[in-house]
Design a protein around this ligand. Structure first.
Ligand code: GDP
Ligand code: IMO
Ligand code: MG
Length: 435
């Protein structure tokens, strides 16, 4: 019996979907604990691609229990589309296979409207480049104690009360502050009555279910979204998302005690990407031939918004922050295959900012945007490696690159991924098996 948390170590899109899918094989329960449908987690099984935004990707396995924890925010419309798509693929989602926490907050239409209106009102350099999914405004309501929860679907009177109060306030901001259209109480009421009917059977107490699962010896897998540098407290604020993305939130966002977590696996892309605005010290800007090559070979387009992902060298300052903030016990190094053919690889070791050296991300955003990485160089390899299944069969220079990541971070890789497919993986250590 073990509990394993998987988190992104960089700015998201590290390959969490693929790694979670792989580890789901050994798990009984899979839990999302934060974020919403700003996430886009891709997995490829036998050449078939699936993208999940809300439901844990473990839903593809028929005998696993999936849970959406209290820390997640749910757009019911998107969740139902995701469920319908699974049904069309012959995988109907039943209450036996999915529980939604009664304490998870709902993304309402006015949250999306406010997200768009706020972004549109910001000047260049101040825009966050959000996914436009209503994430910030929904978490603001949660913290502001006016949010509507999934559990309110079970209490129509309370739901209507909360909706009424919110509509009044939100329409004031939408129309007076932003000059945008008002949200319609009637339309939302009707639409949400239908959502309530469809989703009510799934609503339950995730914390209690997890406790029961743990006590009966089940393996539990926590699926993080976004990445460490997008954490609301510890990331490159304000160019972050609105939730805590780091491993500590696996407990808060699901109602699970911290002493019961056994392993924290950090997903590290073999280079770095970022989608949206904000500082990115090791970026190879658009037009740089190597950056463009990584972008093309890695297929670096957002799984949620389709935006081009910015690409750059592996930054071990970022990875070091992830090791510390998440307490990583293992790494999953992904997309190593994308680096094949690069004669020289650069690895960021520290930053210089206004003549001073930093070995962690500066807390001040002005300083972060001035950070210049100091690199060490590693020799690359030519061979394509997607067919490799054994570490010893990797080219020497690829093994050395992986070893360098371990030496600098102080954390050994448990998984190396050499292609998008479930099969294209080297499992060096199973985190569910205690050593
Ligand atoms: P997530 O948000 O962390 O789950 O990552 P995304 O799914 O948004 O983006 C990762 C992309 O890389 C997806 O298209 C995956 O199919 C793909 N991918 C994952 N691992 C590998 C790998 O080792 N090699 C290659 N070439 N692609 C991979
Ligand atoms: P996964 O789980 C990469 C980024 C957005 C934007 C910032 C804030 O697939 O790794 P938001 O809509 O959350 O308010 O946007 O965060 N962002 C992500 N970037 N991967 C993600 O999720 C992301 N979720 C949000 O691009 O810069
Ligand atoms: Mg993604």
């Amino acid at each position: 019996m073990a509990s394993v948390v998987v988190v992104g170590s960089q700015w998201g899109d590290e390959g969490k979907g693929k790694v979670v899918d792989l580890l789901t094989n050994f798990a009984d329960c899979i839990v999302r604990f934060q974020g919403g449908n700003n996430a886009g987690h891709t997995l490829v099984v036998d050449g078939k691609k699936y993208i999940f935004h809300i439901i844990p990707s473990g839903i593809l396995y028929e005998d696993k229990k999936c849970m959406i924890g209290n820390g997640v925010i749910i757009d019911p419309e998107v969740l139902l589309v995701e469920m319908d798509e699974l049904k069309d693929k012959g995988l109907p989602v039943t209450p036996g296979r999915l529980t939604i926490s009664e304490n998870a907050h709902l993304i309402m239409p006015y949250h999306k409207m406010l997200d768009h209106a706020r972004e549109a009102s910001l000047s260049k350099g101040k825009k966050i480049g959000t996914t436009g999914r209503g994430i910030g405004p929904c978490y603001m309501d949660k913290v502001g104690r006016v949010g509507i929860k999934a559990g309110d679907f079970l209490d129509p009177e309370q739901f209507i009360d909360k909706l009424q109060a919110n509509i009044e306030e939100k329409n004031f901001y939408l129309t007076k502050q932003y000059g945008a259209e008002a949200a319609s109480f009637e339309n939302i009421k009707v639409q949400f009555e239908e959502f309530a009917e469809k989703l009510s059977p799934f609503i339950g107490n995730v914390s209690v279910e997890l406790d029961t699962a743990r006590k009966s010896g089940k393996n539990i897998l926590f699926e993080g979204a976004q990445g460490t540098q997008l954490d609301i407290d510890h990331g490159t604020y304000p160019f972050v998302t609105s939730s805590n993305t780091i491993a500590g939130n696996a407990c808060i966002g699901s109602g699970f005690g911290p002493a019961h977590v056994d392993e924290v696996i950090g997903i590290v892309k073999a280079y770095t990407t970022r989608v949206g605005e904000g500082p990115f010290p090791s970026e190879l800007p658009e037009g740089d031939p190597i950056g463009d090559e990584l972008q093309a070979k890695g297929g670096e387009f957002g799984a949620t918004t389709g935006r081009r992902r910015r690409c750059g060298w592996l930054d071990m300052v970022v990875v070091g922050d992830a090791v510390r903030l998440n307490g990583l016990t293992g790494l999953a190094i992904t997309k190593l295959d994308v680096l094949s053919g690069q004669p020289v690889l650069k690895i960021g070791r520290k930053y210089t900012v206004e003549g001073k050296e930093f070995t962690c991300m500066p807390g001040n955003i002005r300083k972060t945007s001035l950070a210049r990485p100091v690199y060490e160089e590693a020799e690359g390899w030519d061979e394509e490696i997607s067919g490799v299944r054994d570490f010893s069969d990797l080219p020497l220079k690829a093994r050395e690159y992986v070893q360098r990541i371990e030496d600098i971070s102080g954390v050994a890789p448990a998984i190396i991924s050499v292609g998008p497919d479930r099969e294209e993986t080297l499992l060096l250590r199973n985190p569910f098996e205690k050593s």
